[in-house]
Structures are given as structure tokens and as C-alpha cells.
Design a protein around this ligand. Structure first.
Ligand code: URA
Length: 270
């Protein structure tokens, strides 16, 4: 209730009026401006909004938005920055976007002499290669060594002219030796391309369909083999994979014909 403070009230009259109000049960003095006691203060409103935003106690955390990674672009950038084979091996081994890495025991980079005129590119390590960390050391690798020895090339040759350099498109063993998937080949391709550029061989031999698919974009080894293809300016010979020749030895004659074609090309190149 508001008091009109005019001259009609003297001090004693005001006190008497106050006592009378108290007797009537008034417990609070009211100012001249109305007050909305249901309206919360700004601080209370802000605290309430913050409480509404915060997760309730024990509630699961809000889902984290997955960030899409372009693995091929990451591989290209990493491979491009490698100035030596050692650097390439290091950046490829550190590449985290190929799931095969998690199931493999070892990273398998290459074997042989990087000064070689011929670079052989297979598919992916098998069980023995995964165990030893070297490409083509199992049964198919032993056949591969015998095949190239027949035209005077070896990964152990001390002389660069007779040397062989061997790698795979994929450096980690796929589970149960399954074929590498198209996505896995695509993200390894920038590394193999850089590998070829750093070794700079005179010619390349691609062993089997996955290597052909990854590097010349074609499969169908029966039709591809025996003829020269190109990768940039470099001659490429697709061949039956030695593990296929172990299962189908009747096709070794075709592999022998391809080896003689390679030998003739090397002789022609001088
Ligand atoms: N098969 C391949 O393609 N590469 C190897 O290293 C072993 C088997």
C-alpha cells in the first residue's frame, strides 16, 4: 500500500496509521512502483539456460560428428613429400587410413637393388612375407626368383645390370590372403607411383590382376600379358602371378615367353 506523504499527516498520526495496518495483518511495506515477483532475474535466466544445455548427470555424451577423410588425398600428399626411398617407406608405414595395417604383423616395403633396370610389382604380402617383412619370400617368391634367374636377373645380384627390385602395391597382408579391395588399391597407388619415380627403372613387370588394376587401370591378365603397356613413358609387362603358375603349371610356357620378351627389350635398350 502506498502512503500519500502530504502535510495532513503528522508523525504521530503516521505511526497510529502504521499500527492500525499492522493490526489488520499487513506484514510488508509496498513501494510506489509495482514489482513482478514471478519474473526471474537475468542471472537466474542465464543459469537456467546453461542447465538446459548441459547434459544430465549420467547421460551419455553427445555423439561426436565423424570427420570424412579423403584417404587418397592424404596418401598423395604424403607420397609427394618423400624425396628418398627411406622417406617414402617412413611416410607409407605411418599412413593410418588403410585398415589392413591393423591386421598385419609387418610393413613390407621392398627387396632387391633400387639401381635395378627392372622393377617387379606384385599384389600384397602373404603369410611368410608378413612374418619376415620382405616381399615374395614364400613359395610364389621362390618361383619368381627362379623365373628371373632364367633371364639373368636376381634380387641378390651385386651388379646393378643383373639386379632386380621387388615390391607390392599393398604393403600389408590382407586377412586370409584375400584380394586387396579397390579402395585399398586406390589409396596405395600414390605410394607405388612415387616408389616407381624414385627407383626410376627402365621397365616394370606387373604380377597378376590386382597390380594391373592398380597401375594400368585394367584387369584380365590372360589378355593383358605378353604385350607391352605403358605407365607414363615406361614400358610395362603384365605377367601371370607366380602363385597362379603354382596352381596352373601348364601356363608356365606363357610366363617363359613373357620373360624372353623382357630380356629382348632390355637387350634392345642397351
Ligand atoms: N604375392 C604377392 O603378390 N606378393 C608377395 O609379396 C607375396 C605373394
Amino acid at each position: 500500500m502506498a502512503w500519500a506523504m502530504d502535510g495532513d499527516f503528522d508523525r504521530w498520526a503516521m505511526l497510529a496509521a502504521l499500527e492500525w495496518q499492522a493490526e489488520l495483518g499487513a506484514v510488508e511495506a509496498i513501494g510506489p512502483e509495482p514489482v513482478d515477483r514471478f519474473e526471474s532475474t537475468k542471472a537466474e535466466r542465464e543459469a537456467k539456460a546453461a542447465r538446459a544445455k548441459a547434459p544430465a548427470k549420467g547421460a551419455p555424451p553427445p555423439p561426436v560428428k565423424a570427420v570424412e577423410v579423403d584417404a587418397v588425398a592424404v596418401a598423395k600428399a604424403a607420397a609427394k613429400g618423400a624425396a628418398t626411398l627411406e622417406e617414402l617407406a617412413a611416410v607409407q608405414e605411418a599412413f593410418e587410413h588403410c585398415d589392413l595395417k591393423r591386421g598385419a604383423r609387418n610393413f613390407v616395403f621392398a627387396d632387391g637393388d633400387p639401381r635395378a633396370r627392372v622393377m617387379v610389382i606384385g599384389e600384397a604380402p602373404g603369410q611368410e612375407e608378413d612374418r619376415e617383412g620382405k616381399p615374395f619370400v614364400g613359395r610364389s617368391g621362390q618361383l619368381l626368383d627362379r623365373m628371373f634367374a632364367a633371364i639373368g636377373l636376381s634380387r641378390q645380384a651385386p651388379d646393378a645390370g643383373a639386379a632386380l627390385y621387388i615390391t607390392n602395391v599393398v604393403p600389408w597382408r590382407p586377412p586370409q590372403n584375400r584380394d586387396p579391395e579397390p579402395g585399398e588399391l586406390a589409396m596405395m597407388r600414390p605410394f607405388v607411383e612415387r616408389h616407381i619415380a624414385l627407383v626410376d627403372p627402365e621397365l616394370i613387370v606387373l604380377m597378376g590382376n590386382p597390380a594391373c588394376r592398380a597401375l594400368i587401370g585394367r584387369a584380365g591378365i590372360t589378355r593383358l600379358r605378353g604385350r607391352w603397356h605403358e605407365l607414363g613413358e615406361r614400358p610395362v609387362m603384365p605377367m601371370f602371378h607366380p602363385s597362379y603358375l603354382l596352381r596352373r603349371p601348364e601356363n608356365k610356357k606363357h610366363a617363359w615367353a613373357d620373360l624372353l620378351t623382357i630380356k629382348a627389350r632390355l637387350e634392345g635398350m642397351g
